[in-house]
Design a protein around this ligand. Structure first.
Ligand SMILES: [Zn+2]
Length: 416
C-alpha cells in the first residue's frame, strides 16, 4: 500500500454524489447526494484512491510522514463545481446597457453582442488572456474547477480561431480545466447582410479551419429570434457534427422558434436556457436525451420573471444541470454558488438537486462524467471544502463565498 499524498478527514458531510457516472441523475435521484457523515477521502497521484468513514481511513489507507492531512471537522467536502456554459473570452463590459435597462431607457450607440465583438476584435491576445485569467481566478476561488467556454465574440475566421487558441492555452496557465466550444453562430456580424449568408460562411469557411486546428470539442449555436433560425441552426450543428464536434444549443431563451426540435434531430449534448420552453419542447428534449442546462442568473440579471420550469423538466425525467452563462451582456456572474442559491429561490429546486446540477450532471453536459463530478475512487481529485457544516447552508448563504479550500487534480490550489 503506497502512502496517500493527501487525506481529508472528519468532514461533517462528505457529498460523494456517487453512482451516476454512466448516466446523469434524473427525477428523485437528483436529491440524493450520497452523503457520508464524518467522511474521509484519500488522494494519490492526483486521483481519488479511497472514500469512506473517517474511523476506517487509517485501516484502509497508508498515511505516511509526507501525507498532507486536512482536518475538515465542521465542514462539507464535495466535488469541485463544474460550470458547463460560459462565454469566457471577451473584452469590454456592458454596464451602460444594463443601467439603461434598469432605468427603462432605450440604449443608444453600440449595444448587444456586436458591441462586445467590436471590443474583442480590437483587443490583443495578451489583453484577452489577461482578462480571462482574472475571471478564471474568481471562478476558482468560488469553487469552480472545470468550465466549458465558448468562442463567439470574434465572428470572423481570424478572431474565432484566436479565441479558441486562447482557450486552449488558458488551461495550461491556471488550474481551472477548460472545455472549448466553437460558437461561430452567436450573432450575425455587421459585414454580412443576414443570417442566411453568414450561416453559409460559418459552415463553408469557418468550420473547416476550426476542425483542422483541433481546437474545439463542442459546437454551439444561438437559436433565437434575431439570431439564427431553427433551419440555420440545424444546418450548422449537422455540419459541425459531421466534422466530429458534438452539438449543443442555446434555445428557448426568449422564445420558442423550434430549437428543441433541432436539439432532438442532432441529439444535442445539452439544450441551454429553456426559459421559454413549451410542453412540446419538453418532449423534444426528453427524446433528444439532452441535458437541460438552466441559467437562472440570466433572467435575474435582466429583471425578468421568465424562469425555466425546472420542476416540470425534473418531473419529466430530464437531467438538469445549472451554469452561470458568464457573459458581459446578460449575466456577468462568475459564482456557481450564487447560481445554486438562485436555483433554490427562483426555480424551486432543493439544495441537493441544485448541487447535483453543478457537479455530476454538469460533468455529463460536457462529456466528462467518467473523470469528474463526484467523489469516487479512480476519479480525478477535484475537491472543494466548504466552510459550512451542512450542504444546505451553501445556497442559504446567498452571495457568500463558502469555499475554504479548492483541490484540483490532487493539488491544493486555493487555501482560504
Ligand atoms: Zn450562452
Amino acid at each position: 500500500m503506497l502512502p496517500a499524498d493527501l487525506v481529508i478527514e472528519n468532514a461533517s458531510e462528505l457529498l460523494t454524489i456517487r453512482g451516476a457516472s454512466s448516466r446523469p441523475k434524473t427525477g428523485k435521484s437528483m436529491s440524493s447526494l450520497g452523503i457520508i457523515r464524518d467522511g474521509a477521502v484519500a488522494v494519490s497521484s492526483g486521483k481519488i484512491s479511497w472514500v469512506g468513514a473517517s474511523d476506517r481511513l487509517r485501516g484502509s489507507v497508508r498515511v505516511g510522514p509526507r501525507t498532507k492531512v486536512i482536518d475538515a471537522s465542521g465542514r462539507v467536502v464535495m466535488p469541485g463545481l463544474i460550470d458547463c456554459h460560459t462565454h469566457l473570452v471577451f473584452a469590454g463590459s456592458r454596464e451602460r446597457e444594463w443601467l439603461d435597462r434598469l432605468s427603462g431607457r432605450r440604449s443608444r450607440g453600440a449595444t448587444g453582442i456586436l458591441s462586445t465583438v467590436s471590443a474583442t476584435r480590437r483587443a490583443s491576445d495578451s489583453e484577452l488572456t489577461k482578462l480571462a485569467l482574472a475571471n478564471l481566478g474568481s471562478m476558482l476561488s468560488s469553487g469552480t474547477t472545470t468550465a466549458e467556454a465558448k468562442s463567439g465574440y470574434g465572428l470572423s475566421i481570424r478572431d474565432e480561431l484566436r479565441i479558441l487558441g486562447i482557450l486552449g492555452r488558458l488551461g495550461a496557465m491556471q488550474p481551472v480545466e477548460i472545455v472549448p466550444t466553437f460558437l461561430g453562430a452567436h450573432a450575425v456580424p455587421g459585414e454580412f447582410d443576414g443570417s442566411a449568408s453568414y450561416t453559409r460562411f460559418v459552415i463553408d469557411d469557418m468550420l473547416p479551419r476550426v476542425v483542422r486546428q483541433g481546437i474545439a470539442k463542442y459546437c454551439d449555436v444561438f437559436c433565437e429570434r434575431g439570431a439564427f433560425t431553427a433551419d440555420e441552426s440545424l444546418d450548422i450543428l449537422r455540419a459541425c457534427k459531421a466534422e466530429g464536434l458534438k452539438p449543443r444549443i442555446h434555445t428557448d431563451e426568449f422564445s420558442d422558434i423550434g430549437g428543441t426540435d433541432v436539439a432532438n434531430k442532432v441529439h444535442a449534448a445539452s439544450a441551454d436556457h429553456l426559459d421559454a420552453i413549451t410542453q412540446d419542447g419538453v418532449r423534444n428534449i426528453k427524446a433528444a436525451g439532452s441535458i437541460a442546462v438552466l441559467m437562472p442568473g440570466v433572467p435575474f440579471f435582466l429583471c425578468s420573471d421568465a424562469y425555466a420550469d425546472a420542476r416540470g423538466l425534473i418531473d419529466a425525467g430530464i437531467p438538469v444541470a445549472l451554469a452561470t452563462d458568464f457573459n458581459p451582456g446578460t449575466c456577468p456572474c462568475l459564482s456557481l454558488q450564487f447560481i445554486v442559491s438562485l436555483a433554490c429561490i427562483k426555480l424551486g429546486m432543493s439544495p441537493a438537486e441544485a448541487l447535483s446540477a453543478v457537479t455530476i450532471n454538469a460533468a455529463h453536459a460536457i462529456g466528462m462524467a467518467d473523470t469528474i463530478g463526484s467523489i469516487e475512487a479512480g476519479k480525478q481529485a477535484d475537491i472543494v471544502i466548504m466552510d459550512v457544516g451542512d450542504h444546505r447552508l451553501v445556497p442559504y448563504g446567498i452571495a457568500r463565498n463558502s469555499v475554504r479550500t479548492v483541490i484540483k487534480r490532487g493539488r491544493i490550489v486555493v487555501q482560504g
